[in-house]
Design a protein around this ligand. Structure first.
Ligand SMILES: Cc1cc2nc3c(=O)[nH]c(=O)nc-3n(C[C@H](O)[C@H](O)[C@H](O)COP(=O)(O)OP(=O)(O)OC[C@H]3O[C@@H](n4cnc5c(N)ncnc54)[C@H](O)[C@@H]3O)c2cc1C
Length: 376
């Protein structure tokens, strides 16, 4: 029977109960494994911001039996493109063509996706308030409550992963990419699809949510650790095209989240002994392609499929072989996709704004194909 070895039910301990960790728990639970999710926070939830789930992420959710829920609750169009700060289109996506070619998109509140995943895990498997301090390659996990062991340990503990640091203490940690990011939810209002706008060293994006609210994000070059509030954001974007000033004017300071943006240098492996890392713990990337959570979902279903089918050691090797090249390619593409938005020189940004509208649409669609075209 799947999930058992010599009649004993196999067990996976998952460190971290974010989107990647909960998806991993669902994937193994569906295959008959006993799962335990150790989460340092006092509850399994996520702070308030939106999330785009792209066609590949939806297909990964299909493997968990949850894709159709998101397609029904949060159907969305692909992004309409990229505009200049006066509203002129620099890149205009063929929205219908993208949908025909790759399938639907969805937009969801992060907390709603976490709730959907959490509900698919048995409640007794969820252990909030457990801070993991170290993980050994043999599958032993040290935490505030003592130590636990399992056939498989999965480090899904995010960009500053303790699991990763335990397994590869010699490797460099995440690198600040030079820009900080704000996320906020504006109250319900009419906006025309989702789009991103580029200025000089800063940009703004908005995505309508299924309930009429608008998920907004902004990024700006800044030293790590700078703290900039809503009043300054309104000032920065006051002369940009509609609806940007109105979205910021209607926002409530309480909904604004600011985080510096980090990227993880390439890891030489995603597995060691009986342990795997996935999601941001393995390949934290810039948010430029909106692929971080989608890749974590792909990781989760691939890992469960490989380990359940091939056994722990061979399955982990297969997972590493399937996921490392793909995710490291997407990390690179994501970095490149946002680079030109953060140029600050006037001659360079003028050239950028003149050249981008002349490039053929097909070029952009082709550059997105590796991300969207995934199947388990
Ligand atoms: C501005 C922005 C916009 C984005 N937009 C998108 C988008 O539209 N689409 C998309 O697909 N992706 C997007 N992403 C990326 C996405 O948010 C992340 O890639 C994704 O949330 C990673 O999930 P994760 O589960 O790997 O890590 P996390 O969400 O970081 O979860 C890690 C969990 O582990 C817990 N933890 C950490 N350390 C310990 C410990 N020692 N012991 C126990 N628990 C621990 C944490 O509390 C947390 O709950 C965006 C990212 C940013 C910054």
């Amino acid at each position: 029977m799947a999930g058992t070895t010599r009649g004993r039910r196999r067990k996976a301990i998952i460190v971290g109960g974010g989107i990647g960790g909960l998806a991993t728990a669902v994937a193994f639970h569906r295959r008959g494994w006993q799962v335990e999710v150790l989460e340092r926070a006092p509850a399994f939830t996520e702070a308030g911001a939106g999330l785009s789930i792209q066609p590949n992420g939806l297909r990964a959710l299909d493997a968990l039996g949850l894709g159709d829920r998101l397609r029904a609750d949060g159907p969305a169009d692909p992004p309409a493109g990229i505009r200049g700060s006066h509203g002129d289109w620099l890149i205009r996506n063929d929205v219908d063509g993208l949908k025909r070619r790759f399938g639907p998109w969805a937009t969801v509140h992060r907390a709603a996706l976490v709730a959907l995943l959490r509900a698919a895990v048995p409640p007794e498997a969820l252990r909030p308030g457990v801070d993991v301090r170290g993980v050994r390659p043999d599958g032993t996990v040290h935490h505030g409550g003592g130590a636990s062991a399992a056939d498989l340990v999965v480090g899904a503990d995010g960009v500053h992963s303790v699991t990763r640091r335990s397994l590869w203490p010699e490797l460099p940690g995440p690198r600040y990419v030079g820009y900080t990011t704000w996320r906020l939810i504006a109250p319900p209002q009419l906006v025309e699809g989702s789009a991103e706008t580029w200025g000089r060293g800063e940009r703004f994006g908005h995505v309508p949510m299924p309930d009429g609210r608008v998920y907004c994000y902004a990024m700006a070059n800044a030293p790590a650790g700078s703290r900039i509030g809503l009043a300054e954001l309104r000032e920065r974007f006051a002369r940009w095209h509609a609806p940007i000033p109105a979205l910021l004017a209607s926002a409530d300071e309480k909904t604004v989240l600011q985080h510096d943006t980090y990227e993880l240098p390439k890891l030489p492996a995603y597995v060691r002994g009986n342990v795997a890392v996935l999601g941001d713990a393995a390949h934290a990337m810039t948010p430029n392609l909106g692929q971080g959570a989608c890749q974590a979902l792909e990781d989760a279903v691939t890992l469960a499929h490989a380990v359940d089918t091939l056994g722990v050691r061979a399955g982990l090797a297969a997972y590493d072989g399937a996921r490392r090249p793909r995710t490291q390619l997407i990390v690179r593409r994501s970095r490149q996709a946002g680079a030109a938005a953060h140029w600050t020189s006037t001659p360079l940004t003028t050239l950028r704004d003149a050249l981008l509208p002349r490039l053929p649409n097909a070029l952009f669609a082709r550059s997105l194909t590796p991300a969207y075209d995934w199947r388990l």
